[in-house]
Design a protein around this ligand. Structure first.
Ligand code: SF4
Ligand code: SF4
Ligand code: SF4
Length: 373
C-alpha cells in the first residue's frame, strides 16, 4: 500500500496562547480552509495513496466546527477507492472537547490527542489547565481512543515522572517530546538544556523499569525499546519523512510537514498542482532532499548511531541554521537517552527475572529470545 501522513491545518487560529507556540511567529493568521481547498486536497491525496493518516492539526482544528469535520469525512468517503485504509486523528488543545465532539469522534472512529504538559502548574506554558484536565477525563470516559501529548520544557522537565504517573493512573497513552526551538519565536525562556533533559529521562526510565504496573503506553520509552530490540525507530524523526509526509495550510499552501518552515520551502498550492507527485518533483523539494542526503552522508561518517537514528529531523536542522548539518542539541538528547537505555537493557539481559518485574521488558526479552550475551 502507498502510505502518506497528511498534516491538515484547517486554521492557524487558536483560542490559546501557549508560550512556546510557533504560530506566534505568523500571529495566528486568520482564516479557515474552504470547501474547495478541502476537496482539492482529499481528491488528490486519495487518488494517489491508499494508506492515509489525516492528522487534523492547527492552530486549534476544533475552532473550525463539527460541520467542517463532517464535510471532510464526506469527501474522504466520496473519494474512497478499494483497497484503502484511511485514519483520522485530531490533535487538539483540549478546550473544545464537548460531548457532541466526542460523540462525533466515537461514531467516526477518530482518535484524539490532547496537548497537556502535566497536571496543574506543570502545564504553566499553556492555558485553561482545569478545563483541559476535565475534558481529558470526559474524553477518556467516552470510549474514543485518546492520548496525551506533553511538551517537556524548562518548567516541567524535573517532573517527568509525575507526568508519567498522571497519565498512567488515568490509563491514557502518553507521549513526551522535548520542546523544540523554532527560529521565529520570541519566547526562548522555556527551552530546556539537553543535559537536564537527559538526566530526567534517565530517572523516568529507571522509574518505569521498576514499575510493576508499567505499560507499553509511554513514549519515548517504547521508541528506544523498539530501537534496541527491533533495530528500528518508528517516529518520523528516525526514518526519513521525505515523500511520506506533507502538510496543508488553510489557504491550500503546501509544506513538507506540520512544523513551520521559511516561505522559501513552500511547495506550491494544492489548487494549482495537478498531483501530490508533482509537489514532490518541485525544485524546492529536490533541494530539501539533496540537503537531507548530504546530512545523512555526514552522519554515516561521524556517528555510531546512524544505523538507528537515520540522520534526524529536517525541520529541526533548518531551525538550527543548516539542513546539511545535524541539530547538535537533538543529537545530544538522542544519544544520551538511547545510550542509557541500551546499557540498562544490556544489564537486564544478564539477570532479567531478578532485576525487574516490568512485564513489558520481560515480554520483549522473551519475544526476541534475548538472554545473556
Ligand atoms: S494550543 Fe497549540 S496552536 Fe494553540 S497556542 Fe497552544 S501550541 Fe499554539
Ligand atoms: S521534518 Fe521532522 S518533524 Fe517534520 S515530518 Fe520530518 S522528521 Fe518529522
Ligand atoms: S544522532 Fe545526530 S549525528 Fe548521529 S545520526 Fe542522528 S542526527 Fe546524525
Amino acid at each position: 500500500m502507498r502510505h502518506i501522513t497528511v498534516i491538515m491545518k484547517p486554521t492557524s487560529e487558536c483560542n490559546l496562547r501557549c508560550r512556546y507556540c510557533y504560530h506566534a511567529s505568523t500571529n495566528y493568521e486568520v482564516g479557515v480552509m474552504t470547501a474547495e481547498v478541502l476537496d482539492a486536497i482529499i481528491s488528490k491525496v486519495q487518488s494517489e495513496y491508499n494508506d492515509i493518516m489525516y492528522v487534523w492539526h492547527g492552530g486549534e482544528p476544533l475552532l473550525c466546527g463539527l460541520d467542517f469535520l463532517r464535510k471532510a469525512l464526506q469527501l474522504e468517503h466520496k473519494y474512497i477507492r478499494d483497497p484503502m485504509r484511511i485514519r483520522n486523528c485530531i490533535q487538539t488543545n483540549g478546550t473544545l472537547l464537548s460531548q457532541e465532539v466526542l460523540q462525533f469522534c466515537l461514531e467516526n472512529r477518530i482518535s484524539v490527542t490532547v496537548s497537556l504538559d502535566g497536571p496543574g502548574d506543570l502545564n504553566c506554558c499553556r492555558q485553561q489547565t482545569d478545563q483541559v484536565e476535565m475534558n481529558l477525563d470526559k474524553a477518556r470516559n467516552s470510549g474514543i481512543p485518546i492520548s496525551m501529548l506533553s511538551v517537556i520544557n524548562r518548567y516541567n522537565v524535573n517532573h517527568m515522572i509525575d507526568i508519567y504517573r498522571y497519565a498512567q493512573d488515568k490509563g491514557i497513552p502518553l507521549k513526551m517530546n522535548p520542546v523544540f526551538k523554532m527560529n521565529a519565536t520570541d519566547h526562548e525562556d522555556y527551552l530546556v538544556d539537553s543535559s537536564i533533559y537527559i538526566i530526567n529521562f534517565q530517572n523516568l526510565f529507571d522509574y518505569w523499569l521498576h514499575d510493576p504496573k508499567a505499560t507499553a503506553n509511554v513514549e519515548p520509552i517504547m521508541q528506544f525499546l523498539r530501537m534496541y530490540f527491533e533495530k528500528r525507530g518508528t517516529e518520523c524523526i528516525y526514518g526519513s519523512c521525505l515523500y511520506h509526509w506533507i502538510s496543508f495550510m488553510h489557504d491550500g499552501s503546501i509544506y513538507p510537514c506540520g512544523r513551520t518552515y521559511p516561505l522559501k520551502y513552500q511547495l506550491g498550492n494544492i489548487t494549482e498542482v495537478s498531483s501530490i507527485q508533482q509537489v514532490f518533483e518541485t525544485g524546492v523539494y529536490r533541494e530539501l532532499t539533496i540537503a537531507s542526503i548530504l546530512r545523512r552522508q555526514h552522519c554515516a561518517e561521524v556517528c555510531d548511531y546512524f544505523g538507528i537514528c537515520n540522520g534526524g529531523c529536517n525541520s529541526s536542522c533548518l531551525a538550527d541554521g543548516d539542513l546539511t548539518t545535524p541539530n547538535t542539541e537533538n543529537c545530544k538528547i538522542f544519544q544520551g537517552c538511547y545510550k542509557y537505555v541500551c546499557a540498562k537493557l544490556d544489564d537486564l539481559r544478564r539477570a532479567p527475572a531478578v532485576a525487574t518485574e516490568n512485564a513489558v521488558i520481560l515480554g520483549m526479552l522473551h519475544k526476541f529470545a534475548l538472554t545473556v550475551d
